[in-house]
Design a binder for this molecule. Structure first.
Ligand SMILES: Nc1ncnc2c1ncn2[C@@H]1O[C@H](COP(=O)(O)OP(=O)(O)O)[C@@H](O)[C@H]1O
Ligand SMILES: [Mg+2]
Length: 403
């Protein structure tokens, strides 16, 4: 049974089609750290949960979500708190110098959100003045336990990106990246591996911080959308679990509309098709599927998903660069693909005396890295990285007056 799930990470039998990728992840983790890069909703966290649920290679796996953390001390606090929940490691942690005396034993056992939060606040206060030393101490303890540990750092790039937006945060982000790099190559980390997942390209952020070398010991793996065959199988399995009839023609239309077979969009479209069918009992036909795609998937329902792509442009780029990017993306949405030379022309027209060949390459590489566009090197052309994003762009930003 594969249940139709829209939004939260999928686990157990609901995780579809990622077996080969998970094998590859474990193979790499035997000898190195990994960075799993893919846009939001490609299924990174779901893959990470499978590592937790079915560990291999004698690893104990601990997951920490870093999306909302903003200071290195919060990172150390989070790692300590997550480890404390583990019976094997909590013993090794009990004598750590920075643990608040009161509440430690109770914290290990509680599942109360409020209690957990209170303890973390106290812990963070202790860690903050000397987070480096606290971190070192933590990893010495881990090494001392003699056990293999895999730390999943979900959305670390997001944390660094947010930190890099203020002056203080910038300096702290650089300090944290350097400290983390030194830690990884030290003997303290012999038995530790890190699996980092990121929904935004970390390259852009590191570039701006001048710290591209700080992750050069980490192997990057891309989590791709599903191949068409796997996507078709997923639709069949969902239909079977839901006892819903989807004809080969309707399925084909679903796959064509989604274009880039991101598992989340398969689940969204499937869910909308089933919902419509439950309400009016009309037959599911390719035509209806198309209508549901236009009205629901590209409509208001998916607004929060796509809005951040547009919003990010304003916070990442200088105003005149952002204008060039928007113009380029609009042109790309209106045509299947654009020659690199044509994009360069848009760039030069927009930036005039500020334009440079290097600046252009850099800008396009960033857009690629952040999953907006892809480059076809044989044809020397760019296109949208994902069909749905293109359809969305065209629908919502395609007809703005050229600015
Ligand atoms: N392997 C998969 N099989 C089925 N559905 C998936 C799979 N991976 C992702 N999904 C769909 O995508 C949604 C988001 O998955 P998640 O793992 O949270 O993505 P990410 O961490 O990349 O944002 C899930 O709710 C589900 O609808
Ligand atoms: Mg995630």
């Amino acid at each position: 049974m594969v249940q139709n799930r829209v939004g939260p990470p999928v686990r157990g039998s609901d995780l579809f089609g990622r077996e080969a990728f998970i094998d590859l992840v474990w193979e790499k983790l035997d000898s190195t750290h990994i960075l799993l890069a893919a846009p939001r909703r490609f299924g990174k966290t779901s893959v990470m949960y499978r590592l937790i649920d079915e560990p291999r290679g004698g690893f104990k796996v601990v997951h920490a979500d870093l999306e909302h953390l903003r200071h290195p001390s919060e990172l150390i606090t989070e790692l300590t708190a997550q480890l404390a929940k583990d019976d094997l490691f909590s013993k090794a942690l009990s004598g750590l110098s920075y643990l608040p005396k009161a509440g430690w034993a109770a914290f290990r056992k509680t599942v109360e959100e409020v209690e957990i939060h209170k303890f973390k606040v106290k812990l963070k206060e202790q860690v903050r003045p000397h987070w480096r030393e606290s971190g070192e101490e933590l990893f010495e303890r881990i090494q001392g336990s003699g056990k293999r540990l895999l730390f999943i750092l979900d959305e670390l790039p997001m944390m660094i990106d947010a930190m890099a937006r203020t002056d203080d945060g910038r300096a702290e982000a650089i300090a944290m990246l350097r400290w983390f790099r030194a830690l990884r190559v030290s003997p303290k980390c012999e038995n530790v591996r890190f699996a980092i997942a990121g929904s935004i390209g970390i390259g852009h952020v590191l570039n701006q911080l001048g710290e591209v070398a700080s992750i050069n010991d980490i192997e990057q793996l891309r989590l791709d959308p599903f191949p068409r065959k796997v996507a078709a199988d997923l639709i069949d399995r969902l239909a079977k679990s839901n006892k819903t009839e989807i004809s080969a023609a309707s399925r084909r239309r679903m796959l064509d509309l989604i274009g880039t077979h991101v598992p989340y969009f398969i689940q969204v479209l499937f869910s909308e098709v089933v919902k419509a069918n439950k309400i009016d009992h009309k037959k599911i036909t390719p035509k209806r599927v198309e209508q549901i795609y236009r009205d629901k998937v590209l409509g208001i329902d998916c607004k929060t998903y796509f809005d951040h792509y547009y919003g990010r442009l304003r916070s990442y780029y200088e105003p005149d660069e952002a204008r060039v990017v928007k113009r380029t993306l609009r042109q790309l949405a209106m045509s299947d693909s654009l020659q690199r030379s044509f994009c360069y022309q848009i760039y030069r027209d927009g930036l005039r005396e500020k334009a440079s060949a290097d600046g252009f390459s850099h800008l396009m590489a960033n857009l690629e890295n952040d999953f907006y566009i892809s480059f076809d090197s044989a044809a020397e052309s760019y296109s949208f990285a994902c069909k749905i994003l293109r359809d969305w762009w065209l629908r919502h930003y395609g007809f703005e007056a050229a600015d």
